[in-house]
Ligand binder design. Structure first.
Ligand code: ZN
Length: 402
């Protein structure tokens, strides 16, 4: 293939290839990089020199081998900068500061008293210095802030077009935060952000075609197709929870009736369980306890939701054919009581072989997803632009090493 474009474009492409090779496969010598990617050694040396100067990669130790000293490997310096991630929920915000591999170095949760956009922006901006202090890396630069929330997001304008849970229409949240903190800020649908993190450093790292299923307050999915997140024409792809479960059924938060999530989200499972038992005080922890003790009502109810989601998921698999499905969200904590019926229904309805469904048990996964919005920019996994009111503060232009 002949590459078009000027030298800058070629350099940016080489940079992306090299960084992503090091991300996927760990430390490599310059000679190895040139062989694997198919670039000239001179071109590799050129780009690596830039990356070393920026501090994004560092040289490792040369390992003595049978044929003398081996060449010096280069590796990504994940400590180069900090990323901050905020996962907005209805009544609280999960907050993390991570290294550039989205490993948390500080985490906290703050309450959300209301949903006024300026108040939310004030709260997030005020939390950043606390997180950075908690991270205990005074020399590390802040690469940016990623915010994830449920809703339809215009990721180019980094605005929330519509969120039913926050009752927001066209709220430019990223700009509101950037105006207060003066670093680049990204905003993304929470399931999409989670999928980006899984693709970069999580269970989807080795897969170019992947689906993410999230079952929490709502039900949603995200699709990575040929290595790219699929957002659809209007940023509204993945609204899996609003596919039809029962014609004319229960009212959903979207205003329509009979949506899958109106019956089988974690919140809906709890609601149905409270209705079945007549006890308003029951929550997710009690449901887990009931399942562990073999309570028949709880077991049947959760299995029914597992089967219903599995059947709907088979439709998605038959259309998109993912290599794996990563499952996250609160309902995953219901374990095999939920996942086994889900897998059985998925297998029964999948046209060919059902892909493996991998539950994600990690803490802070969703806030890490938000932080991944910052780190993805470094690897150019996505082309989404963050906003900042001081454009020169992007990671790319940094020459300071942590
Ligand atoms: Zn709906």
């Amino acid at each position: 293939m002949k590459l078009k474009g000027d030298q800058t474009t070629a350099r940016a492409m080489n940079r992306r290839l090299i960084l992503n090779l090091l991300r996927r496969e760990g430390p490599r010598s310059r000679a190895d990089i040139a062989t694997v990617i198919g670039l000239s050694p001179a071109a590799v040396t050129f780009v690596v020199a830039d990356l070393l100067e920026e501090g994004i990669v560092v040289e490792g130790q040369a390992v003595p081998g049978p044929a003398g000293r081996r060449p010096i490997p280069v590796e990504i310096n994940y400590q180069h900068a900090l990323a901050v991630g905020f996962k907005l929920m209805v009544d609280s915000v999960e907050c993390v500061a991570t290294d550039l591999a989205t490993n948390p170095v500080a985490a906290m949760r703050v309450g959300l008293a209301g949903h006024d956009p300026d108040d939310v922006a004030d709260l997030l901006a005020g939390t950043v210095p606390e997180l950075v202090k908690l991270a205990g890396r005074p020399k590390a630069k802040l690469a940016g802030i990623g915010i994830s929330m449920p809703g339809v997001i215009n990721h180019e304008q980094t605005a929330c077009v519509r969120s039913h849970r926050f009752k927001w229409d066209n709220v430019p949240l990223a700009s509101l935060v950037a105006a207060r903190v003066h670093v680049p800020v990204w905003l993304e649908d929470d399931t999409n952000a989670y999928a980006i993190a899984q693709q970069l450093f999580g269970l989807g790292r080795q897969h170019r075609n992947m689906a993410v299923l999230a079952v929490g307050v709502g039900i949603s999915c995200a699709l990575v197709i040929d290595g790219k997140l699929y957002r659809g024409a209007n940023g509204a792809a993945g609204k899996f929870g609003h596919t039809l479960f029962e014609e004319g059924g229960r009212l959903c938060e979207c205003g329509k009736r009979g949506c899958l999530m109106a019956y089988h989200s974690e919140l809906s499972m709890l609601r149905r369980w409270r209705e079945a038992t007549g006890r308003e005080d029951l929550g997710l922890a009690e449901l887990r306890t009931a399942l562990a003790s073999g309570d028949a009502t709880a077991t049947d109810l959760v299995a029914h939701s597992g089967r219903s989601i599995g059947t709907a998921l088979a439709n998605l698999v038959n259309i998109t054919d993912p290599e794996v499905i990563v499952a996250g969200g609160e309902a995953v904590s219901l374990g095999d009581h939920f996942l086994t019926p889900l897998r059985e229904a998925l297998t029964a309805r999948t046209f060919r072989t059902a892909p493996p469904l991998l539950p994600d048990w990690e803490d802070n996964s969703w806030a890490r997803g938000a932080a991944a919005l910052v780190t993805q920019k470094i690897f150019d996994f996505e082309s989404s632009g963050g906003v900042t009111d001081i454009a020169t503060l992007g990671v790319r232009s940094s020459t300071s090493a942590a």
